[in-house]
Design a protein around this ligand. Structure first.
Ligand code: TEU
Length: 618
């Protein structure tokens, strides 16, 4: 089909538009063989549970062969499953088991970089004239003469790695440096090399042939590097290395490569879903390019405006004094920019394995309101337009690692890299005194406790009465690979399955509600009531103009604060009409069914308790 038609018909609907996707972090989901590590068989045992949530697909974080430097995002063989997780046959069984429950499997595609243990890199690094030399990005170092006359080798440019330090690694075998935007064990592939692209496409077909539903594409906007790899502007004068994302994201050939991948691989299969991770990209025009259907690139993407709301100007672990009005306007902005009507699709997400828990980030961090916050956020997410992604444990209101767990025990490479880097900077500034790690930890503890990736990676608490919270039957000195949070008696699946007013039951209910009202909630338009700094976030959802099925207008009203005496006045319709609204769902109802039935008229006041959310129809 050719798209020169000046009046394109509305975009086609696909299964993935109205899908909810459940992200599984395999190391921490369920351990079936008591080795302390989650595995695929463990996931298979929980398929019924996953189906009971009412989701349509599972996104499985990487479980390919890996050295685990970056928890599986350093892949050494795209066609093998790491033995700690199982085998390729286990994945086939998982695909089949999910299909029995009408769910699809999305695999994680990490192709900006491989592991340094990948055979491609081993070959590439072996000599300057290796046939795979050009598969990675090699450069000579820069010779710099120091004041005392000695000549030293510096990295080819000043880019900073995402995990701190230089983005270049010196390799003595050939006396050259390779680019690695992440860890030194994650060399970046050279996408400008046609053979690299072909090899990756082959690996993608390997999984598509097995019947997966699609891919989540890791940092897909970083695969095309700028010509000449120029230095980044100096924004952090205290550091030798500079943030360079604006240079290596959305590079010159990015859209060409994605379209090629779509044409040569993805379009050969039926209705494959793709979700691209697109960090550091805030310009709506740039974002839209990836997802306008007529451009034939990606189905949807993860855009990080909202996700970064609590990150200060000095990076993730610096504080930000974000306000509710910022949250409201960020959500509203992207809801309106990317919607079914606007012709470009989006995702809704508040958590992932790269982030802390939403109840801790967006709530008051106390135990009293924790589950109320979780339900209010569930109501928020299930009433927004886009494909909804939830991260394992979110459905039971998992919070950040408890304060009694020392930060020295946090294991993630990003957290460690950050602490290490800060310590080095301090040490350089104060050469006369030894700076201990403890001092650094104390200084940034609050931010790390709030935002570290570790919080999204702890074991699932399946049962509060079992060892390791039911995550693993490991014993005899074998322990789960990472700590089970110490609040598992308060927050676990078995407990929440028994109570009608649990967060888990609320998610199930709201996902069913979303499905029932998909015409409005998934496909419809979004209009905020007001974007002020008040405690309430209220917005209208209206079905598409000309929508065939007669669907309701919906109004969501969320008290985003702990103030239990929050008064809200019912608005008019989006057209300014006085309307009668009937309550459909209430996040703080006790009986498990909603407090449905009650009606309100425009102008009438309603009193909202702490973190209470209401959904009404008119
Ligand atoms: O993350 C992309 C990315 O840019 C991260 O460095 C992000 O900025 C950080 O996690 C925010 O805290 C992806 C994966 O999701 C992540 O787990 C990997 O570490 C990374 O790519 C490298 O593959």
């Amino acid at each position: 089909m050719h798209h020169s038609d000046p009046h394109p018909s509305p975009p086609a609907r696909h299964w993935w538009h109205s899908a909810t996707v459940y992200q599984i972090y395999p190391a921490s989901f369920k351990d079936s063989n008591a080795d302390g590590f989650g595995d695929i068989q463990g996931i298979i045992e929980k398929v019924e549970y996953i189906a009971s949530l009412g989701v349509d697909a599972v996104w499985l974080s990487p479980c390919y062969k890996s050295q685990y430097v970056d928890m599986g995002y350093d892949i050494s063989d795209y066609r093998q499953i790491d033995q700690r997780f199982g085998t390729v046959e286990d994945i086939e069984r998982l695909i089949a088991r999910l299909a029995e429950c009408n769910m699809k499997l999305l695999m994680d595609l990490v192709i900006n970089h491989t592991s340094d243990q990948h055979a491609w890199f081993q070959e590439s690094r072996s000599s300057l004239d290796s046939p795979k030399r050009d598969w990675y990005i090699w450069r000579k170092g820069k010779s710099v003469t120091l004041p005392d006359g000695t000549i030293v080798q510096k990295p080819p440019n000043n880019w900073e790695s995402q995990f701190k330090g230089s983005a270049w690694q010196y390799d003595e075998i050939t006396n050259e440096w390779y680019l690695r935007l992440f860890a030194k064990e994650q060399p970046d592939l050279n996408w400008d090399n046609r053979d690299v692209r072909e090899a990756v496409y082959g690996d993608m077909r390997f999984w598509l042939d097995k019947g997966i539903g699609g891919f989540r594409m890791d940092v897909i906007n970083m695969i095309s590097k700028p010509n000449g790899l120029p230095d980044a502007p100096v924004t952090n004068p205290r550091s030798e290395y500079q943030p360079a994302a604006s240079l290596y994201c959305n590079g010159p050939h990015i859209h060409g490569y994605i379209r090629e991948m779509r044409q040569e691989v993805l379009d050969e299969y039926e209705d494959v879903m793709t979700v691209g991770e697109v960090p550091f990209t805030f310009d709506p025009a740039e974002v839209r390019k990836y997802v306008e259907p007529e451009r034939k690139e990606l189905c949807m993407l993860f855009q990080f405006d909202l996700f970064g709301i609590d990150m200060g100007s000095g990076g993730k672990f610096t504080p930000s004094d974000w306000q509710l009005k910022d949250l409201k306007s960020t959500i509203s902005k992207w809801q309106q920019l990317l919607s079914f009507t606007s012709g470009a699709w989006q995702t809704v997400f508040l958590e992932s394995h790269d982030a802390a828990r939403s109840v801790s980030r967006f709530g008051d961090r106390g135990q009293d309101n924790r589950f109320r916050v979780a339900k209010m956020l569930a109501m928020l997410e299930t009433t927004l337009a886009g494909t909804l992604f939830m991260h394992q444990g979110q459905e039971i209101g998992m919070a950040n690692l408890a304060e009694d767990i020392p930060i020295e025990e946090y294991m993630d490479i990003e957290t460690k890299g950050f602490l290490h880097d800060l310590r080095q900077l301090r040490q350089a500034a104060e050469p006369d005194r030894v700076i201990e790690l403890k001092e650094i930890v104390d200084e940034v503890a609050d931010q790390v406790r709030l935002k570290a990736r570790d919080h999204g990676r702890m074991p699932m608490p399946w049962d509060g009465n079992k060892p390791n919270a039911g995550f693993s039957e490991a014993r005899d000195g074998i322990r789960p690979w990472t700590r089970v949070n110490s609040d598992f008696d308060l927050c676990n699946v078995a407990h929440q399955e028994k109570f009608t007013h649990s967060v888990l039951k609320f998610w199930q209910r709201m996902l069913a509600f979303r499905r029932q009202h998909a015409e409005t909630l998934v496909f419809g338009d979004f209009e905020p009531v007001a974007l002020d700094n008040g405690p309430v976030f209220a917005y209208h959802r209206t079905p598409l103009a000309g929508s065939v099925n007669k669907s309701n207008n919906i109004l969501a009203i969320l008290n985003m604060t702990s103030n239990s005496n929050t008064v809200f006045r019912m608005p008019t319709s989006t057209r300014g009409d006085v309307v009668e609204l009937s309550l459909l769902e209430c996040s703080r109802s006790k009986n498990g069914h909603s407090c449905a039935g009650q009606t309100y008229t425009t102008g009438e006041e309603v009193l909202l308790r702490a973190y209470e959310g209401l959904v009404l129809a008119y």
